[in-house]
Design a protein around this ligand. Structure first.
Ligand SMILES: [Zn+2]
Length: 366
């Protein structure tokens, strides 16, 4: 059964299962908006010519939505293209031992702090090693190729940094894998130990067992990955892939029958594709774990990109790098954007007459 939006269809059919009080509000709202995306339920704009009328329904804007996530990412890339200095960048992936995954799975509030912990670890190391500040952008993901719960961070940093004492820009910082791994391991375990002390971690085991787990994990080597230097354009394409990507790739999802789906999952270890069959309910249950609690903030900015320093340091930084501040691109309306990308003007009626906006329809409740 091949469908254009299998995910949406499954959510519609399993609605009784997730659309109830027991489901966390963020998940429920996100799923609901997704199935209402592009329908009258979210409201619409009305356009008319002398003889025809046209409704353009609002979309959900959820990163999780296969149709909206893509456009949101393109807009983000255009904004960042204008805002970021044209310098080389590097990506650093921070992972943690699988023994720690379940703690985040059962204490989801900790996920909120994870990007800040990862960013702080890298920034502290760069400052201690080079006395420099860098640009940091963090994309958090909670899933691996097999849709298992696997929290990790994709961190994109400037390859150079602002050396504060000498007020000069250092073009290339060497990111030492072993030292960065230690900095991250220390930062994460220290953070989790604090959270445990503050009573913020509820586990299946007692406090002593969790403490021992931390100690064991702190003593072993962790895996992190440091990528090659890339240009701003490569960096934005790379970041876009991670921001846009919902946990499941639509084309790898197939419905088998009314009750079951098959997902072609990527086994990251074996680098192979594995067919996994789920009942509709189990599939939705797996998916739910990966709906970010605050889905709008899929990327976070730190260091020279931190919101509070964007105005002060940021234009200063561009001046410093002798790069002009560029205007943010103007947002193209959907009509202009269709015209540009597909050569179709949606505001021309069937007789070739122009249509104009005449009003808005409020969302209709079901
Ligand atoms: Zn949507």
């Amino acid at each position: 059964m091949l469908e254009r939006h299998p995910l949406k269809q499954i959510l519609i059919e399993t609605r009784e299962y997730w659309d109830r009080a027991a489901t966390p509000a963020a998940i429920r709202e996100n799923f609901l908006r997704m199935i209402q995306c592009g329908t009258r339920a979210l409201g619409a704009e009305v356009y008319a010519s002398e003889t025809e009328r046209k409704l353009v329904c609002h979309t959900c804007k959820s990163r999780f939505c296969p149709s909206c996530g893509h456009r949101a990412t393109e807009l983000w890339q255009a904004d960042m293209e204008a805002a970021l200095p044209t310098i080389p960048y590097v990506n650093i992936n921070l992972t943690m031992p699988r023994e720690l995954w379940h703690i985040f799975q059962q204490n989801r509030h900790l996920l909120h702090d994870l990007p800040a912990v990862g960013a702080a670890a890298i920034q502290h190391w760069v400052r201690a090693r080079y006395g420099a500040r860098i640009l940091v952008l963090v994309v958090q993901q909670t899933f691996g190729g097999l849709l298992t719960f696997h929290p990790h961070l994709h961190i994109l940093v400037s390859a150079g940094g602002l050396e504060e004492s000498a007020a000069r820009w250092v073009d290339r910082l060497r990111f030492d894998k072993c030292e960065l791994m230690r900095a991250w391991r220390y930062a994460l375990i220290a953070y989790m130990a604090e959270a445990l002390k503050a009573g913020l971690i509820k586990g299946l085991t007692g406090t002593e067992e969790i403490k021992m787990l931390f100690e064991t994990q702190y003593r072993r080597p962790w895996n992190i990955f440091i990528g090659r230097i890339m240009s701003k354009a490569q960096f934005l394409r790379y970041a876009g892939r991670y921001i846009r990507r919902p946990p499941i790739a639509q084309y790898r999802l197939q419905r088998i029958n009314d009750r079951e789906v098959e997902y072609l999952a990527k086994d990251t270890r074996g680098k192979s594709l594995v067919k996994v069959r789920y009942s509709n309910e189990d599939f939705v249950k797996t998916l739910m774990e990966h709906v970010p609690d605050k889905f709008r903030h899929s990327m976070r900015y730190f260091g020279l990109l931190a919101p509070r320093s964007k105005h002060n340091t940021f234009s200063g930084l561009l001046a410093f790098l002798r790069q002009d501040k560029r205007q943010r691109p103007l947002r193209m309306g959907w009509a202009n954007s269709l015209l540009k990308h597909f050569g179709v003007d949606p505001l021309i009626d069937s007789l070739g007459q122009p249509m104009v906006w005449i009003g808005r329809l409020e969302p209709v409740s079901e």
